[in-house]
Write a protein that binds this ligand. Structure first.
Ligand code: PLP
Length: 494
């Protein structure tokens, strides 16, 4: 059977991987975590000979031990195919004196596709294994990119339905258009009057509402999550950090065993946590550089040891990182508390009651692998322009937050360890911010005129995801208050 996943708030709740994926969230709103990460026992030089799918099997089979080889390979091969517009799946490119790991070659052109193209397969396989006959209802809160990636992944998948909530005024025009034009018959999309944290809290509340759960159970439904609180999101994300490493190995930039730095533009702390888990599996990592935008709770946490969400929520040009409650940080807190569910639960209770908590000095010492900093919107725009001016490469605002923070890190520490920057979205998804950073006089142009300009400047073909929404009709028009989320879900399931 292999190892089990444990609830971060309830130490006796332990279940195998497939059940953790099905449930999404544990009871008492705890998250499922592995107690220990198994070591990768295949040498890096062997891993370097594998393609993305082969590598995905090696990494994921060690984390999802109750899936058979046949099941896992079926999931991997179904996910990482021609849906991606690059045969490498996650190509590593060299610019700005460092390496960008392009994670945006999937269907919805953001890194969320890396995990959400496989999650529906993992989930339906897990349902079959566990003889679950309920229909799975995916409830999702999105800061913009998860929503469309989850819709695309679950659209018309038999045995599933999906509802997505996004902050009505908190996503880019292209992000919104991508979601509200979704055609899948089992899909539902609603904007809320609130921010991402409100959407996420509302969704978590529905998960832990026993009355709602029983009502739905009677109707034949069972909730699960496509957010990075689901371990089924994090495990597939570990793969591409290994893949970045093996690409560096194959191009001769490093020798097997050399350490690398990993820079991640961070919101809900899922992507960087996956990098941390990969390092615990044995990937040679020096520092994990956590890049924040103006919503810099994580920077403050890494510098002071206090997590404090009592501050204004700032809408930035990197909306997918506009988050004040980084859910996955709980998984790190649990670990640095010595895998102590009670200690962790006490801190999370403090967070929900007072909006903040402080870790002990002993716990803070465990964070030395992480470096945090932040970039404000002007710095982000200047970085997009600077990287473009160097050699014509255009990065999106989220990736630019990471590039800017990496520049600060190098200046501050002088550390020249080879680095990989997680490039989390295609610039086409944030065309307005990107194009006006390069040329402010474009401010008054229409969105799709800017798309065409971006193609001219970058020489990168307009992705299919953008072509698809040019003339697509709006199919989802629901906008609701935060308090109405439950009613809206009940109506969708009627
Ligand atoms: C979701 C997202 C992030 C933040 O990732 P987390 O796993 O939430 O930290 C960064 N950039 C983009 C483009 C995203 O969509």
């Amino acid at each position: 059977m292999g190892f089990l996943y444990r609830n971060t708030r309830k130490k006796d709740e332990v279940i195998p991987a497939s059940q953790a994926i099905l449930q999404g969230l544990g009871s008492d709103s705890g998250l499922f975590v592995p107690d220990e990460i198994p070591a990768m026992d295949v040498p890096l030089t062997e891993l370097a000979k594998m393609d993305y799918r082969g590598l995905a099997y090696e990494v994921m089979s060690r984390m999802l031990t109750d899936f058979t080889e046949e099941e896992l390979k079926y999931c991997i091969n179904s996910a990482y195919d021609e849906k991606f517009d690059d045969t490498k799946i996650a190509p590593l490119v060299k610019h700005h004196g460092t390496h960008f790991l392009e994670l945006f070659h999937g269907k919805t052109i953001a890194f969320k596709d890396m995990a959400l193209s496989i999650l529906p397969y993992l989930m339906t396989t897990a349902a079959k294994k566990n003889k679950m006959d309920h229909e799975i209802v995916i409830l999702t809160a999105t800061s913009g990119d998860t929503g469309k990636a989850a819709l695309a992944g679950f659209a018309d998948v038999p045995g599933t339905r999906i509802a997505v909530f996004y902050p009505k005024s908190g996503v880019s025009p292209i992000q919104e258009k991508q979601m509200v034009t979704e055609r899948g018959k089992n899909t539902f999309v609603a904007g809320i009057h609130g921010n991402f944290d409100d959407a996420q809290t509302g969704v978590k509340k529905m998960f832990s509402d026993p009355v709602l759960r029983e009502d739905l159970d009677r109707q034949g439904f069972r909730f699960s999550s496509a957010n990075s609180i689901n371990i089924g999101r994090l495990v597939p994300q570990m793969v591409y950090y290994y893949y970045a490493y093996t690409q560096l190995l194959n191009s001769g930039e490093i020798q097997a065993g050399d350490k690398i730095n990993i820079v991640v533009p961070t919101g809900n702390f899922g992507n960087i946590l996956a990098a941390y888990y990969a390092s615990l599996m044995g990937l040679p990592v020096n520092r994990l550089i956590c890049a924040s935008n103006d919503n810099k709770v994580l920077y403050d946490f890494f510098t002071t040891g206090t997590y404090d969400r009592n501050r204004d929520f700032i809408l930035t040009t990197s909306p997918s990182m506009d988050i004040l409650i980084s859910s996955n940080l709980e998984r790190l807190i649990y670990r640095i508390a010595g895998n102590d569910a009670e200690k962790n639960a006490a801190l999370m209770k403090e967070l929900s009651e007072t909006g903040k908590y402080t870790v002990t000095d002993e716990m803070k010492k465990e964070l030395s692998r992480f470096y945090g900093n932040f970039a404000d919107m002007d710095t982000v725009a200047a970085t997009i322009k600077a990287v473009y001016d160097e050699d014509g490469y255009i990065i999106d605002p989220h990736t630019a937050v990471a590039a800017a923070v990496y520049d600060m890190y190098k200046k501050e520490t002088g550390d020249e360890t080879p680095a990989v920057i997680a490039s989390t979205a295609s610039p086409y998804k944030f065309t307005r911010s990107v194009m006006t950073a390069i040329d402010p006089s474009l401010q008054s142009e229409e969105d799709f005129a800017l798309v065409d300009k971006l193609e001219q400047l970058s020489g990168v073909k307009i992705p299919q995801a953008i072509e698809d929404i040019r003339s697509a009709p709006v199919l989802h028009k629901t906008v609701c208050e935060i308090e109405e989320m439950e009613t809206v879900v009940r109506n969708f399931l009627k």
